[in-house]
Design a protein around this ligand. Structure first.
Ligand SMILES: [Zn+2]
Length: 160
């Protein structure tokens, strides 16, 4: 069962920032970049920490990256690994930055069964930070929709 864009929006509006209680945290497992909670708190602000380390979801429509249309690369806010090329970004209408394809060897996926749904969770391959989810209602050429939290990303313009 997958959640369509409008359903995602409705859910996000009802519960702005939520945290799964039966946390299947993305950080479980072994990653190249491993920091203690204290170190992550130092590196990230509170909202970034809630998303990347606790799998919170940002309020839809809240990310400035929704309006980022320059050519460049979106990086992990936790470890700066390059995750998405701006060429794969598209307007999904969900209120979250959306991409149809990650860069090669950039993300990992786990099955997320929180909230009574089965979704595919997406995290940074290098630090395990939670990024968002992937759905199969995206545009060509992949048909995938990587629904990302802007708080988990930073943007670097290609001509900067
Ligand atoms: Zn990372």
């Amino acid at each position: 069962m997958l959640l369509g864009g409008s359903a995602v929006l409705a859910l996000g509006t009802a519960v702005a920032i939520f945290r799964p209680t039966s946390a299947t945290r993305a950080a479980e497992g072994t990653f190249e970049v491993t920091l203690t909670d204290a170190e992550w708190h130092k590196r990230l602000n509170d909202k970034q920490y809630a998303v990347l380390r606790e799998e919170a979801t940002e309020t839809p429509g809240s990310s400035p990256l929704l309006y980022e249309h320059r050519a460049g690369t979106f990086h992990c806010a936790g470890c700066d690994l390059a995750l998405f090329d701006s060429a794969t970004k598209f307007e999904s209408g969900t209120g979250w930055p959306s991409f149809y394809q990650p860069l090669e060897n950039a993300v990992g996926e786990t099955t997320d069964t929180s909230f009574g749904m089965t979704r595919t969770e997406v995290h940074c391959r290098r630090c395990g930070g939670h990024l968002g989810h992937v759905f199969d209602d995206g545009p060509p050429p992949t048909g995938l929709r990587y629904c990302m939290n802007g708080l988990a990303l930073t943007f670097t313009p290609s001509n900067a």
